[in-house]
Design a binder for this molecule. Structure first.
Ligand code: HEC
Ligand code: HEC
Length: 182
């Protein structure tokens, strides 16, 4: 892990043209096999862009990713966001039990999540896709919103205040099991 991080920093520190940023280094952490990390291949471009800016400006806190974002200039952030957005969504393909499906569906309905995230939770432009995202990542980030540890979009924190951590876990498993292809 340390080596991967070091190579990203080394690659990005040289003032290389945008195309020289090696996206495979990002993908070594961001893929559907690493449950705790977010999938970004096929995520929407303006959402990716905002997260990278927020991490760079310390508005979103995650030491390792803040360090990586700080090595990117604005042009690189725009180009990387477009490049990942143009890839096919790397769906996690997870099964969930009927019980989780029933409960998860109800929890999503109660929160009216589809109002913003789309009828299939597929997201759009500056709203993140949730369907088929890594379940552990969803759970962690939703709990961080609830506790206001992730504070770069306060409306998400107020929406989650009424959910227990157990509900958030069930909802995350359910959302991860959705397999919507655009
Ligand atoms: C060493 C592993 C690692 C590497 C390498 C890495 N990331 Fe990350 N990244 C993470 C983790 C872990 C998070 C989740 C942070 C959190 O929990 O807030 C993250 C979060 C993100 C997010 C926010 C995603 C979302 O759904 O909100 C974006 C965008 C991102 N990274 C882009 C990149 C790009 C672009 C690169 C390559 C230049 C990169 N990352 C390299 C580990 C990594
Ligand atoms: C009022 C609109 C709105 C509603 C309703 C809403 N969201 Fe969001 N959500 C957003 C926006 C916008 C973002 C991106 C925040 C940012 O730009 O930093 C977001 C971010 C997220 C993220 C972070 C994704 C990532 O990759 O890190 C998750 C997870 C999420 N929402 C889940 C939910 C769930 C589950 C519900 C229902 C309980 C819900 N949202 C309801 C607008 C909404």
């Amino acid at each position: 892990m340390k080596n991967i991080y070091a190579s990203v920093v080394i690659t990005l520190c040289f003032n290389l043209p945008v195309h020289a940023v090696d996206l495979t280094l990002c993908e070594s952490c961001h893929n559907s096999k690493q449950d705790v990390n977010p999938i970004i291949s096929g995520q929407h471009s303006k959402y990716i862009e905002k997260q990278l800016y927020d991490l760079k400006k310390d508005l979103r806190v995650h030491a390792q990713m803040q360090g990586i974002a700080k090595t990117l200039d604005d042009e690189q952030i725009k180009a990387i966001s477009k490049a990942f957005a143009s890839k096919k969504w790397a769906n996690v393909d997870r099964e969930s039990s009927q019980d989780v499906k029933d409960k998860g569906k109800r929890l999503v309905r109660v929160g009216n999540c589809t109002r913003c995230h789309g009828s299939e939770l597929e997201g759009t432009y500056n709203i993140p896709r949730l369907a088929g995202q890594n379940p552990e990542y969803l759970k962690t980030t939703l709990i961080q919103y609830k506790k206001k540890e992730r504070s770069n979009f306060p409306p998400m924190s107020s929406m989650l205040s009424r959910y227990s951590e157990e509900d958030i876990g069930i909802m995350s498993e359910y959302i991860a099991s959705l397999n919507y292809q655009e």
